[in-house]
Design a protein around this ligand. Structure first.
Ligand SMILES: [Zn+2]
Length: 203
């Protein structure tokens, strides 16, 4: 997706520097060893005011540029810190782009929980990706549920190209009423997560 050969679509003058910098930062710097996503580093350990020539000339359209300044948002002159590496290019041939996070809950008896865990495992969810708790329906706070959601969001943030599927054994495990379920569905959608309920007919 991020083909460095491709000229930037945004060629407005104000965005010019930024997209130049973005393209340059696709490459590691052979001069100062800055990794992709990071600005160049001066010998004094500060963010360099411009990218090293050997780095920006790796971008074909900048081959003849004399100087590619470091954009202000990278903080030129300030102490250098590694930036965020650009996301890995999307590979459509990835064997499995689905990551499942499971959640199971029961109110008291362990046996019931076990059958939920088995069912989730059969759906291909590794046990360390299944969050479970024994907790009464009347209790509002569900620590493992929150943990499951947090994990799903984190997985999604680290693997944006993957489908992260929040899998619950039964709909009634998620919430007690329609409002709670709607709120959860909205939350999942907002974070790019997918909800799956293998036995969705069982309320
Ligand atoms: Zn450099």
């Amino acid at each position: 997706m991020t083909d460095p050969q491709q000229p930037s679509a945004t060629d407005r003058s104000d965005a010019g520097d930024r997209s130049d910098a973005g393209d340059v930062e696709q490459h590691a710097c052979p001069k100062c060893d800055a990794q992709p996503g990071s600005p160049c580093r001066s010998r004094g350990g500060a963010v360099a005011s411009a990218y090293h020539t050997r780095r920006f000339t790796m971008v074909p359209r900048l081959k003849k540029a004399l100087r590619v300044p470091t954009p202000a948002d990278r903080g030129p002159g300030r102490p250098w810190r590694p930036g965020t590496p650009p996301p890995a290019p999307i590979n459509p041939d990835l064997p499995s782009a689905d990551i499942r996070i499971g959640y199971a809950r029961c109110s008291t008896l362990g046996q019931e929980l076990d059958s939920q865990l088995d069912a989730l495992s059969k759906h291909g969810i590794p046990r360390d990706k299944i969050f479970s708790e024994k907790i009464s329906t009347r209790v509002r706070v569900r620590p493992r549920f929150e943990e499951a959601l947090r994990t799903a969001r984190e997985v999604k943030a680290h693997a944006p190209h993957c489908r992260v599927i929040f899998t619950v054994y039964e709909m009634k495990r998620l919430g007690r009423d329609a409002a709670e379920l709607t709120a959860l569905a909205d939350h999942l959608t907002a974070h790019g997560l997918v909800l799956a309920v293998p036995s969705s007919c069982r309320w």
